[in-house]
Design a protein around this ligand. Structure first.
Ligand code: ADP
Ligand code: MG
Length: 687
């Protein structure tokens, strides 16, 4: 039997725990280590006199131990008293200590000690300071001591050594020609050397707020890498060819418009035109359609599909969950079947003969519009002529799924156009940075006739009053959502919680249908519950899985969100968007269980103060940073580590211009720069 040539087992090469921890932090290459920068510094370059210490100082002193005792009150601790030539006295207190402590800190020994000074009962003291034995002439550090971001398994001292040798070994030559680097910035090598070991005369404030020229250089480099990778993917796409659709007067798109029960809003008309413009070109569209919940993105997708279908191509529409997909499917059947368009429906739960038939219709081209979950991109699904792919709620698809889609689509000789839809608006600076490879269309108004949603925030104690309110609402023929939180650690707990609430509401509302929807129900059962609610037979729907509530029931006028403090801001906003879809005045009640954290408070406050999705997005960015908006882009993707989108907008712009020039004139330098900063991770940014 022949075995593939494998590396011989070598126990010596087994990785140590700190090595594995470094890998986890992405610190693999020398350059990764060199680019791993301190988040703060300790000043071990000077010694101050004990007499000059003040409460709250962070300081280093040197002197002689006068006495050291183990005391037992209030608990066992080592108490050391030391003084220096200034005549001041300092107490060192160790709750945890070892014999080695006692050895170094014995009476008469000379020690150097650093820590935070507190005014204690017996004068000034330091609790758990760092210390070492010194001689009269032991030299001081000449640079600030870096403190690196690390994890529990990776000791600071180990990481410091690793970074220092990384900086030594890594190639730190400037790849970017000097003319493209903004004036006043130091070279990369100089900047890195400085930031790892700044001289003590530097302003700590400039280091901390990253306004120092060395930091500016690093941020610029980082932003440049990120702009380059986006620009590169945009240019790669521009080289690809897509079918150019011809738009004929009196075609399917016009017929659909005429058949709709409403007129488009001006914003919808504008975005449809932007999309139509792209679809008539032979370059693949890569457009993000953003619009607040309820702004009417589905009809825009349908009109785009109509253009592709009229031109003789197929369109795929993907939604993140079966319920959403089914809701789209129903709506689209209603709009398009009367116009003679063949639709197909593909989800993971659809199996056997029905699935085979659908697959055959997709392959033959009989099905023009294929709606479904990510089952649509599974291997066995072959399209006859896919011309347009629409991804709804794009941020909820995983990176892997989006990469699969890209690869699958790349198999055709002509790339399909791509339209991504999202209800989470992206703030402008983010759009300029992490989504720079996308064109963006925005629906910035809601269809007319909507009554604004009133949001109320109540503590748990108001639960009974809220249930009363539900009774009133139901009396008037309206419908109600009750959302229970997703407790990620335990689906079981979710279920208990939701089941109890369901029970309580059933009892409080005799003679009404109260339904329960949760993640572990079989798809068919979920669909049955949803259709009862959509048809109006069910008065109240209790749901655990937030995700499944992406539905459109205009008669629903009240939403209660239990444990609202556990949801993210944009999640709350999305949920709230499920009511207020008809003309009746709608209410969203956020029930919380105290005590609230500061961020919890600001989230609920934001919800109560505004219903504007852009404002919500802006506040969300303030509260929690860019993660939320990146959706899947964040996992595996190198987020900006150094640049701060709130303060570095000007650098983003500079990097953007430099990226174009670099790619045009120095493509090899551009490639090297991307490799240095992003390594193998840049593909994720393009997904
Ligand atoms: P979302 O942008 O959240 O996906 P939908 O596409 O589900 O929103 O639209 C929300 C509701 O508004 C749907 O019932 C839809 O039919 C309706 N709608 C969309 N556009 C208009 C319009 N221009 N006038 C009136 N109602 C509209
Ligand atoms: Mg939608």
């Amino acid at each position: 039997m022949s075995l593939p040539a494998a590396e011989p087992e070598n126990p010596k090469r087994e990785k140590s725990a700190p090595q594995r921890a470094m890998e986890k932090l992405g610190l693999v290459r020398d350059i990764d280590l060199a680019l791993h920068l301190p988040y703060r510094y300790e000043d071990e370059t000077r010694i101050v006199s004990i007499a000059s210490l003040r409460d709250g100082d962070n300081a280093q002193v040197e002197g002689t131990v006068r006495d050291a005792q183990v005391q037992f009150r209030p608990r066992r601790q080592l108490v050391v008293r030391m003084d220096d030539v200034s005549g001041g006295l300092l107490v060192l207190r160790f709750i945890n200590f070892y014999p080695s402590h006692q050895k170094t800190l014995a009476a008469g020994h000379r020690v150097r000690v650093r820590g935070e000074v507190r005014g204690g009962f017996f004068g000034l003291e330091m609790v758990h300071p760092t210390f070492k034995a010194v001689e009269e002439d032991t030299p001081l550090a000449t640079a600030l001591t870096p403190v690196y971001p690390t994890s529990a398994a990776l000791p600071q001292a180990y990481l410091r050594k690793a970074v220092a040798s990384g900086v030594q070994r890594a190639d730190l030559a400037d790849f970017i020609p000097a003319e493209l680097v903004p004036k006043g910035m130091t070279s990369l090598r100089e900047s890195l050397r400085f930031l790892h070991h700044p001289t003590p005369d530097v302003s700590l404030a400039e280091l901390e707020d990253k306004s120092h020229p060395a930091w500016q250089r690093l941020k610029f480099e980082e932003l440049l890498a990120q702009q380059l990778s986006q620009l590169q993917s945009r240019r790669e796409r521009d080289l690809q060819r897509a079918p150019a659709f011809e738009i004929k007067a009196g075609g399917l798109q016009e017929k659909l418009l005429a058949a709709l029960p409403f007129a488009l809003t001006p914003a919808q008309r504008r975005v449809v035109e932007e999309i139509a413009g792209d679809l008539q070109k032979d370059v693949p569209m890569h457009r993000l359609l953003q619009g607040d919940v309820g702004s009417g993105k589905t009809v825009v997708a349908a009109l785009s599909a109509a253009i592709a279908i009229e031109a003789g191509w197929q369109c795929a529409l993907m939604a993140p969950t079966e319920i959403l997909a089914e809701q789209h499917f129903r709506k689209l059947i209603g709009w398009l079947t009367p116009l003679g368009v063949g639709l197909a429906w593909l989800t993971g739960s659809r199996k056997g003969k029905a699935r085979k038939e659908m697959l055959a219709k997709v392959a033959s081209g009989e099905a023009k519009l294929i709606v479904g979950t990510h089952a649509v991109i599974q291997d066995e699904v072959a399209f006859a002529r896919l011309g347009l792919a629409v991804i709804d709620e794009q941020h909820r698809f995983g990176v892997q799924q989006r990469l699969t889609l890209r690869h699958k689509l790349a198999a055709q000789s002509l790339e399909p156009h791509m339209l991504m839809m999202s209800a989470t608006p992206i703030p402008r600076t983010l759009a300029m940075t992490l989504f720079a490879d996308l064109d963006i269309s925005t629906i910035d108004e809601l269809p007319p006739g909507r009554t604004p949603i009133v949001t109320k925030v109540f503590g748990d104690s108001k639960r009974d009053a809220v249930i009363e309110r539900i009774r009133d609402e139901v009396e008037q023929g309206r419908q109600v959502y009750w959302v229970c939180p997703l407790i990620e650690e335990s689906e079981k707990l979710d279920l208990q919680n939701a089941t109890a609430t369901h029970q309580q509401l059933c009892e409080a509302l005799p003679g009404r249908v109260v339904g329960l929807l949760h993640g572990r129900m079989p798809a068919a059962e979920k669909a049955a519950v949803m259709s009862l609610f959509s048809s109006g037979e069910m008065a109240v729907l209790v749901s655990t899985t937030v995700i499944e509530v992406g539905v459109d029931v205009p008669n629903a006028s009240l939403m209660v969100i239990e444990h609202a403090e556990r949801f993210g801001l944009s999640q709350l906003h999305q949920l709230r968007g499920r009511v207020g879809r008809g003309s009746v005045a709608s209410v969203c009640v956020l029930l919380y269980t105290g005590p609230l954290s500061d961020t919890g408070k600001s989230r609920l406050k934001a919800m109560a103060e505004t219903t504007d999705g852009f404002e919500i997005a802006r506040r969300d960015l303030d509260i929690r940073g860019p993660g939320e908006f990146l959706g899947a882009r964040q996992s595996g993707a190198p987020l900006l580590r150094f640049a701060d989108l709130a303060t570095d907008e000007h650098l983003v712009k500079t990097a953007r211009i430099a990226a174009e020039r670099l790619l045009d004139r120095f493509p090899q330098a551009a490639e090297k720069h991307i490799q240095r900063w992003l390594g193998g991770r840049s593909e994720y940014l393009k997904a």
